[in-house]
Design a protein around this ligand. Structure first.
Ligand code: AHR
Length: 492
């Protein structure tokens, strides 16, 4: 029996809903032949946006969407993506398979997608191959409400009113695909670009600086020291990669050892965030600057027979547990982590939706996001779960359990728990301090470790009611099956 303690007296930070954000790049079939099929497609769409995808994303309560990249952002020239589509300049997407990008999805289309989903837009500007003027004019085009060349152009393109962007990143991975810069150089570039990204009217830009790659603490140190006062957020990119870049392993064909390796690597997110937090705390003790984990998730080898530049991978129960663990970690760090964006939205990496022509499936990761939506804007509660180390070999040991808890505005407590063991169930005795649950409801995503949804068999893996939770004198007790992610709602 493992003890779980939830302390309703220990109200901590607000869990920003944007921790449940997503990332969409011009990469493979994420935008084109993914969420955007074009107005003339036989697939049902509204202004080119696939209706079934839009509905699924709003049902999941997607709060914020990052675009247009990723590496693509630092070779994207926004003016090529506005105006009549037949006149838009084509380009080569050199990062992702050298395909021709026709720029038919640009700024106006991105805002239309966000409008339909009901989410906040987050744009990533180009530092690597762009210019200060280009970025400054994009912000003017998006946000200015007076007379200017940019606002005249916007009106000509059918949008007289400002779009009103708030979240704006100044470059992506500028230590790598965004220009191979040193942190000292980028910090100065960030300050220069940020100066010319103006605030218009009431709209105050939330400026996000390119942050570290995983555990590159020196990058955070230099950025906070040299440019901390100029930014609202610092991004962090950290993927779960099992072996190395040349051999990331199959998304669906793996054994128990690989399962535990994936979990161990995923749990490293906690240490990495803690390491960056310590540095940020020294320069910014009042936590004005947020940590924005705007790329995370499982990165496996592409599905056999698919374009290696398109990063298309399937999604199993292993992905569901990885999502549940990461989201629990972000909740627990919500004092500093104010946004996170899983990579990527549709058909790329750890996607919540996969498509094949007109067919669409929701992945196990989708169901975890939908279940965890209960934490959005709730208040984190102090919680603790008794853990053991498990694995098949001495060197591949992982924790067996992961949890987080929050209280919502109605006083209901939501607790999300992952059983990381792929073979054993776990009996949990949960003690709730400061609240006597009158009733409890549960939901679960579970299956065999490599179960996944296919276009032929449909949505076999999904969230289902979780029965068998018993009210006890001081809380609840329940048994978690192996490979499971559970949400319990304790009602006062
Ligand atoms: O998400 C795929 C790529 O991973 C992004 O384009 C880049 O920022 C990161 O390296």
């Amino acid at each position: 029996m493992s003890k779980l303690v939830i302390n309703a007296y220990d109200k901590q930070s607000r869990i920003d809903k944007n921790i449940y954000g997503h990332f969409s790049e011009h990469l493979g079939r994420c935008i084109y032949n993914g969420v955007y099929v074009g107005e003339n497609s036989p697939i049902p769409n509204e202004n080119g946006m696939r209706s079934d995808i839009v509905k699924a994303l709003s049902d999941m309560k997607l709060p914020v969407l990052r675009w247009p990249g990723g590496c693509f952002a630092d070779e994207y020239h926004w003016m090529d993506g506005i105006g009549p589509k037949e006149n838009r300049k084509k380009m080569v997407n050199t990062n992702w398979g050298d395909v021709t990008e026709d720029n038919s999805f640009g700024t106006h289309e991105f805002f239309e997608l966000c409008r339909q989903i009901g989410c906040e837009p987050y744009i990533n500007g180009n530092v690597g191959s762009g210019s200060v003027q280009e970025m400054s004019e994009w912000v003017e085009y998006l946000n200015f409400d007076g007379v200017s060349p940019m606002t005249a152009m916007r009106a000509e393109n059918g949008h007289p009113d400002p779009f009103g962007i708030r979240y704006f990143a100044i470059g992506n991975e500028n230590w790598g695909c965004g220009g191979s810069m040193r942190p000292e150089y980028y910090a100065d570039e960030f300050r220069r670009y940020a100066t010319f990204c103006r605030n218009y009217g009431e709209n105050k830009l939330y400026k996000i600086a390119c942050g570290p790659n995983s555990a590159d603490y020196n990058w955070t140190e230099v950025l906070m020291k040299q440019a901390g006062h100029h930014m609202n957020g610092l991004s962090l990119h950290h993927y779960t990669i099992c072996h190395d870049w040349d051999h990331k392993g199959s998304a669906t064909a793996f054994d128990e050892s690989e399962w535990y390796l994936t979990m161990k690597k995923t749990l490293e997110m906690d240490d990495i965030i803690t390491g960056h937090e310590h540095i940020m705390d020294r320069y910014d003790p009042r936590r004005r600057v947020a940590l924005i984990v705007d790329e995370w998730g499982n990165w496996f080898d592409v599905e056999p027979g698919t374009n290696p530049g398109f990063l298309y991978q399937q999604n199993t129960i292993r992905d569901a547990v990885v999502a549940g663990i990461n989201l629990n970690i972000f909740n627990k760090h919500s004092r500093r982590v104010k946004m996170a964006n899983i990579a990527q939205l549709v058909n790329v990496l750890q996607a919540v939706i996969l498509t094949d022509g007109e067919r669409m499936i929701l992945t196990p990761t989708y169901h975890v996001f939908k279940m965890y939506a209960c934490h959005q804007n709730a208040t984190l509660l102090g919680s603790f779960i008794e853990k053991r180390k498990i694995g098949v070999e001495d060197k591949v040991k992982s924790d067996d359990l992961s949890e987080s808890a929050s209280v919502d505005e109605n006083g209901n407590i939501n607790v999300t728990v992952c059983n990381i063991s792929c073979t054993e169930s776990r009996d949990i005795d949960a003690i709730v301090v400061g609240m006597k649950p009158a009733s409890v409801e549960g939901e679960i995503v579970t299956g065999r470790m490599d179960d996944f949804n296919t276009f032929e068999s449909g949505n076999n893996v999904k969230a289902e009611p979780f029965d068998g939770v018993k009210l006890t004198d001081d809380g609840v007790s329940f048994t978690l099956p192996p490979c499971s992610v559970v949400k319990l709602t304790l009602k006062a």
